[in-house]
Design a protein around this ligand. Structure first.
Ligand code: C2E
Ligand code: CA
Ligand code: CA
Ligand code: CA
Length: 274
């Protein structure tokens, strides 16, 4: 009836207002979080086919004073909208490089970069400075960048990528398969690794078409001399399937959840995770 419809509408509006208000409050909190030291880094191992740790991916965590841990899926978009991602991203990069110097020298560190950092900061300058100040060797740093950055790769973006590669850092394409770019194009943009998005891994080994897509990605990437990492590996069956398809490196809860720096250091000195 009419009255129900209107009631529904009012309810919807109130809910919208509440949500907007909650976001506003959260972004106010976010503004001071860096100064209050509320961010910390967790690290998740990436392993070779025989279970040896070759890298840790840096994943930021926010310990909110009253709300407890807030998911990066919630606060990273907010940090991007407000521009806080710039100082926050700088802190993450510097901190990750410093922590990685404590690991054996054959283990690298991967750091996620926001597209905003790409467009609105002098990234090569920051990376050079983070490497110099921490003493981390450039080849031990892997920068993870999502495909969306390159939908319209401007000359400036191409120059930034080239400069980073010349410094000797490694470039990984994150969440591959969720966008539309062609792999050969991305290869020309100097990427040396791709990470197959976990949505493809989730359906393995049961989904026939999923396996076909993953196989096609791995075959093409391998022919382009790129290293392929599968993320979100949770089961032994998925691991076996990915190894059969020729995947080079694996990451997921099957091996380890993201862990604090202290625990990462302990994992780093172990022989193998499986
Ligand atoms: P991402 O870069 O694709 O990171 C992988 C996400 O998958 C992480 O979630 C990780 O904890 C989770 N994951 C790892 N293994 C498994 C698994 O086996 N199963 C499942 N279901 N999930 C798994 P997290 O830590 O919540 O981060 C979410 C997203 O937030 C990241 O996605 C990334 O886009 C962003 N993010 C996290 N840390 C940073 C950062 O330091 N800087 C930037 N710019 N973004 C970050
Ligand atoms: Ca990532
Ligand atoms: Ca990813
Ligand atoms: Ca993702």
């Amino acid at each position: 009836t009419k009255s129900e419809g209107r009631g529904g509408y009012c309810f919807y509006e109130a809910e919208m207002d509440e949500r907007i208000e909650a976001r506003r409050a959260l972004s106010t909190d976010l503004r001071g979080a860096l100064d209050r030291n509320e961010f910390l880094l967790h690290f998740q191992p990436i392993v070779t086919t025989d279970g040896r740790v070759v890298c840790f991916e840096t994943l930021v965590r926010w310990r909110h004073p009253t709300r407890g841990f807030v998911s990066p899926a919630e606060f990273i978009p907010l940090a991007e909208e407000t521009g806080i991602i710039i100082p926050m991203g700088e802190w993450i990069l510097r901190q990750a490089c410093t922590i990685a110097t404590e690991w054996p020298s054959d283990i690298s560190v991967a750091v996620n970069l926001s597209p905003i950092q790409f467009r609105h900061s002098d990234l090569p300058l920051l990376v050079r400075s983070a490497l110099r100040d921490s003493g981390l060797a450039a080849p031990r740093l892997e920068l993870e960048i999502t495909e969306s950055v390159f939908l319209e790769a401007t000359p400036a973006i191409k120059a930034t990528l080239a400069e980073l590669r010349e410094m000797g850092v490694s470039l990984s394409l994150d969440d591959f398969g969720t966008g539309y770019s062609s792999l050969s194009y991305l290869r020309r943009l100097a990427f040396n690794k791709i990470k197959i998005d976990q949505s493809f891994v989730k359906d393995l080994p049961h989904e026939q078409s999923g396996a076909a897509i993953v196989r096609a990605i791995i075959d093409l990437a391998t022919s382009l001399k790129m290293t392929v990492i599968a993320e979100g590996v949770e089961t032994e069956a998925q691991r076996r399937c990915l190894l059969n398809l020729g995947c080079h490196e694996l990451q997921g809860y099957l091996f380890s959840r993201p862990v604090p720096a202290k625990e990462a250091e302990a994992l780093a000195s172990r022989q193998g995770l499986r």
